[in-house]
Design a protein around this ligand. Structure first.
Ligand SMILES: Cc1ncc(COP(=O)(O)O)c(C=O)c1O
Length: 366
């Protein structure tokens, strides 16, 4: 089971909002089911904490959120097929535009729907993904959008590739490419919102804030730099829990799990927990993780199965079947961070929480 502390989400948003100040809007990024935390509940908490907009990657995500939030601006940041574009526009979502062909599709669908499309023109200032690389072409596109009666240019934006790498100078380079384009688009569409910063940029450099920041990872209390979130006043919202389903005696040499990758070096007790890679506990954690039980750390031993893991409770144990176990989160005075799990897997905290599967029930707590 995963618990989601929506109070933490709200407080994290307040922290971010304090950081950027009154003149800058906070857009909470709730794509991929709110980074695995639950999109709608986290969006609601983020809005309570001072976010005024939401962002997702896919049209279907905007469609779902629109049912919960009839009036909040929702930006679909990703690439869209024509069908997805229609879905997004029917849901009154803002969309990203960087190609003339897409602008024309947008115009046609808006005419069909009898309403204006709200578009954010996107510069690829160096991420090398979505967006127009050529500044002049993007300004031309913005002009064409402004001249189109069926379109409202409500934003100009970009995305950083290295904001989470402290000490790098590429973010500044991207910023220097983006700033003049943003100015030029603002001249064409004076009310448009200029935005660039993700969580890392938001926390790293106020020069990236412009009119709005788009924060995802920090909203959930996770650190974009992979460090302890507390260092930046962030509170992790998600905990991943299981329990000890069985405790059994292992004699020296007895093995646990597929492939016998662990064999008891001495007589010991082993706890079996009903959680595995089918729940998002990655197989890379085989013999490479710790689990909290009764406020103590125990090593995960053997191969992570789809539905079970095993932990070495030691030669003497007071742990009994039914004991609560924590894979991410605090227990007693101990704590396991998603950042620590990510580190063991040579990945990022984003992937750890996004990977918690649908079969794990999410319990929302205040
Ligand atoms: C375009 C864009 N903006 C903002 C974000 C939010 O980034 P973060 O979760 O690092 O704050 C993302 C997430 O990947 C993104 O793709």
């Amino acid at each position: 089971m995963a618990t989601i502390d929506v109070g933490a989400v709200e407080r994290n948003c307040r922290t971010l909002k304090d950081r950027v100040g009154d003149g800058v809007e906070l857009c909470a990024v709730v794509k991929a089911n709110g980074y695995g935390h639950g999109a709608a509940v986290c969006a609601a908490a983020a809005l309570r904490g001072g976010a005024t907009r939401l962002a997702v990657a896919a049209a279907s995500e905007a469609e779902d959120l629109r049912l919960h939030f009839p009036d909040v601006p929702i930006l679909v940041m990703g690439a869209l097929t024509s069908d997805e574009l229609r879905t997004a526009l029917v849901a009154h979502a803002d969309v990203a535009v960087w190609r003339e062909g897409f602008r024309q599709s947008c115009s046609r669908i808006s005419e069909d729907l009898g309403r204006m499309a709200r578009v954010h023109v996107k510069l690829d200032s160096g991420m090398g993904r979505l967006g127009e690389r050529d500044p002049d072409r993007l300004i031309e596109l913005a002009r064409a959008c402004v001249e189109d009666q069926r379109m409202d240019v409500v934003g100009v934006w970009t995305h950083f590739a290295t904001a989470d790498e402290e000490g790098d100078d590429y973010m500044a380079e991207q910023l220097s490419r983006f700033a003049p384009v943003a100015e030029a688009v603002r001249e064409l569409a004076p009310d448009c919102t200029v935005h660039a910063a993700n969580s890392a940029a938001t926390l790293r450099d106020a020069a990236t804030h412009f009119d709005m920041v788009r924060c995802g990872i920090a909203v959930y209390g996770l650190d974009p730099f992979g460090r302890d979130p507390a260092e930046r006043g962030l509170e992790p919202a998600l905990e991943l829990h299981s329990y000890v389903a069985d405790v059994k005696r292992f004699e020296r040499g007895a093995s646990a799990g597929y492939g016998r990758t662990w064999q008891a070096p001495d007589d010991t007790w082993v706890g079996v927990l009903p959680i595995g890679y089918g729940d998002g506990v990655r197989r890379g954690l085989s013999n490479n993780a710790e689990v909290l039980v009764a406020g103590r750390r125990y090593p995960l031993v053997g191969t992570v199965s789809m539905d079970n893991i095993t932990i070495d409770l030691g030669s003497e144990t007071d742990v009994e079947p039914g004991a609560p176990a924590v894979l991410i989160g605090p227990q007693g005075s101990e704590r396991i961070l998603a950042e620590g799990v990510a580190n063991r897997l040579d990945t990022i905290n984003y992937e750890v929480t996004c990977g918690i599967s649908q079969r794990v029930p999410r319990e929302v707590i205040e």
